[in-house]
Structure formats: structure tokens, C-alpha cells
Design a protein around this ligand. Structure first.
Ligand SMILES: [Zn+2]
Length: 332
């Protein structure tokens, strides 16, 4: 079957399909629970012999999507399993809890790797023959400060605003919110954390996997409501459920699209913070270099810079690269 990306965003690695539905495919891997990687999942549940993810992704799928596929298998990171002469192994990708890179080894000894969404500082690159690569930040202008600088600045701003008697509302995608909760907890920031219901359920799964997030309360519980009303706190919200701003609170938006500096203060009560679950441009290039593939296919089914990234990989590394599918999102 080789390696390709379909128009609907399914990644095909020989007999294995990842993060999309392909009619006739019998095995689907879910790399992580973000919605742009769950397309066509209900069809795959009806048609596939096997649905595969890490145990944490399975737990998140249950609480976030209410899906309980009966044919699910949940290998641990680094533990290979076989399916029709393919050996499949999931490796950490450093993205949301449970997220995985997928390595498929064929009967001819070819190694096909799908990076999925990844945080370069938290993972190990794997050598492969063909690499399917996330291209979200594939333009050379997409360069962020180091993770340690960003974390330090975020802690500073949070401390400063708490000292000014403000409450803080942090807005970001699922997974990023829990990463920030864990970071603030480690740095001994002890005001109560408030989570709306879905964020709360996800936080509970993080705790189940041993990640300490501090004292957090559901915004809909009696205690949560009381804290939100009358006590200094930090709220963690998805951007789609942003609460109203009040006089004694500030917003911190977590985004991958803030480049150059760790943050921008856009008004007296709003910060835009560079906090991403994806590699930036330099990290994408380094990752490809370390994977040593003969061919890179950049993901052009999801928003990003797949065509430009393929050009840059060819020019900078001398490695063959192309975007797929060819017609989606292709930038001039
Ligand atoms: Zn993602």
C-alpha cells in the first residue's frame, strides 16, 4: 500500500490507517484525541477489525467523545504488535496525554513513521525510510523562544497578576490547559484551579496517569461556584467556552501562533502567550534530519504550510519531500 495522505486526512502507512477513515482498511490507529485526528472515527468503528491507541487516549476518547470501540487494543509506548505482516509501535509524541508517533515496519523491512502532532523537546526522533510530517508551523517565519523561556515567563506573569489581586483565566486547547496546571502546581502556585466540566474530566484522566495538577474544582460544583464568585482563582477554559471578563481578572491566551517573543500584552487585561503543542519550523527541520528518511510527505490535509515545508526540507537537507494531498490548502 505504501505511504500516502488522503483528501480526508487519513494517513496510510502500508496496511495501517491513522487519524482518518479509509473504506476497506481494517486497522485504524488514533494518534490522539484532538478533533482533527478523529475524522470518520464512527465509520472506522463500524468497519475496522482493530482500533488502536495508547491506554490514555482510549480513556480520553471515552470522556471527551463518549466512544467505546469494542475492538480497541491499547499497546503501551514502545511495545510492538503485529497485524498482517506489519509491526506497529507507538512512541510518545509529547503532545496531549497519550499522544503517539506511529512506526510501521513492513515485511520487507521498510520503516514508515507518522510524526502526528509533536513537541520536539519532549520526544525522541526515530529513524525511518518514509516520514509523514505535521506541517502546521512549516513556514520559516514560525520560530518560537525555547520552552524553558516560555515557561519561566508564564510563571512570572501569573505570579505578578496574582500579587495584583487578580484572578486569571487561561484559555487553550485540551491538553495544553492541563500542562499549564501541572506547571503552576510544580511551581507552588496555590490558588484554587477552576475547570469547566469537560476540562475537569480530562484533568481527572491526567491524574489517573500520575500527573499532579494541584487543587482543581469543577466550575459547576457548589464549591467551584463559590470559589469562582468570591475567591482569587485561576480558571482553565477552552477558547470556545471563554467566560466573560470581569474587573478583577485577566486573560492569558495560549497559542502556537505567537512567534519571536514569549508573549504579547495586547491590553491591560489580556496576554497572548506562545505555548504550543507542535514543533516550530526549526524543530521540524531538526526532527527530519534526525529521522534520516529517504522521503518526507508533509501533511497538507490539515491547516499549515505543507508545500513550503516540503520545499524547505529539499533545499536545506537535500531530502526528497512532497505535500499530500496535492490540492488541499496548497499555498502559492
Ligand atoms: Zn493535536
Amino acid at each position: 500500500m505504501g505511504v500516502s495522505i488522503t483528501n480526508s486526512g487519513a494517513i496510510i502507512l502500508d496496511k495501517v490507517t491513522c487519524d482518518g477513515h479509509v473504506p476497506g482498511s481494517k486497522i485504524r490507529v488514533i494518534t490522539h484525541v484532538h478533533s482533527d485526528h478523529l475524522q470518520g472515527l464512527e465509520k472506522s468503528i463500524r468497519e475496522c477489525d482493530l482500533i488502536c491507541s495508547t491506554p490514555a487516549t482510549k480513556d480520553l476518547l471515552e470522556v471527551m467523545e463518549g466512544l467505546y470501540p469494542l475492538q480497541m487494543i491499547t499497546p503501551l509506548y514502545g511495545t510492538p504488535f503485529n497485524y498482517e505482516k506489519n509491526t506497529i509501535t507507538l512512541y510518545p509524541s509529547g503532545h496531549i496525554l497519550g499522544a503517539a508517533q506511529v512506526l510501521v515496519e513492513t515485511e520487507n523491512g521498510e520503516r514508515y513513521l507518522y510524526s502526528s502532532d509533536f513537541v520536539y523537546e519532549k520526544i525522541q526522533a526515530l529513524e525511518c525510510d518514509v516520514l509523514v510530517l505535521d506541517a502546521t508551523y512549516g513556514h520559516p517565519s514560525c520560530i518560537r523562544p525555547s520552552l524553558s523561556t516560555i515557561r519561566r515567563e508564564l510563571i512570572n506573569i501569573v505570579r505578578e497578576e496574582l500579587e495584583n489581586n487578580n484572578s486569571i483565566i487561561i484559555l487553550g486547547f485540551y491538553g495544553k490547559l492541563q500542562e499549564v496546571m501541572s506547571l503552576l502546581h510544580k511551581k507552588k502556585i496555590e490558588v484554587p484551579f477552576i475547570n469547566p466540566p469537560k476540562v475537569y474530566l480530562i484533568s481527572k484522566i491526567y491524574e489517573k496517569y500520575g500527573i499532579r495538577l494541584g487543587e482543581f474544582y469543577s466550575s459547576t460544583s457548589e464549591l467551584g461556584k463559590r470559589i469562582t464568585k468570591s475567591q482569587q482563582h485561576i480558571g482553565f477554559y477552552h477558547p470556545s467556552s471563554r467566560p466573560k471578563i470581569s474587573e478583577d481578572s485577566v486573560f492569558v491566551h495560549l497559542t502556537g501562533w505567537q512567534f519571536g517573543t514569549p508573549y504579547k500584552k495586547v491590553s491591560s487585561r489580556e496576554y497572548i502567550f506562545s505555548f504550543s503543542g507542535h514543533a516550530d519550523f526549526n524543530q521540524l527541520i531538526k526532527y527530519v534530519d534526525e529521522c534520516k528518511p529517504k522521503l518526507v510527505i508533509t501533511d497538507n490535509a490539515r491547516p499549515g504550510e505543507a508545500s513550503r515545508l516540503a520545499e524547505e526540507i529539499k533545499a536545506r537537507l537535500g531530502i526528497e519531500a512532497k505535500p499530500e494531498p496535492f490540492n488541499n490548502n496548497t499555498k502559492k
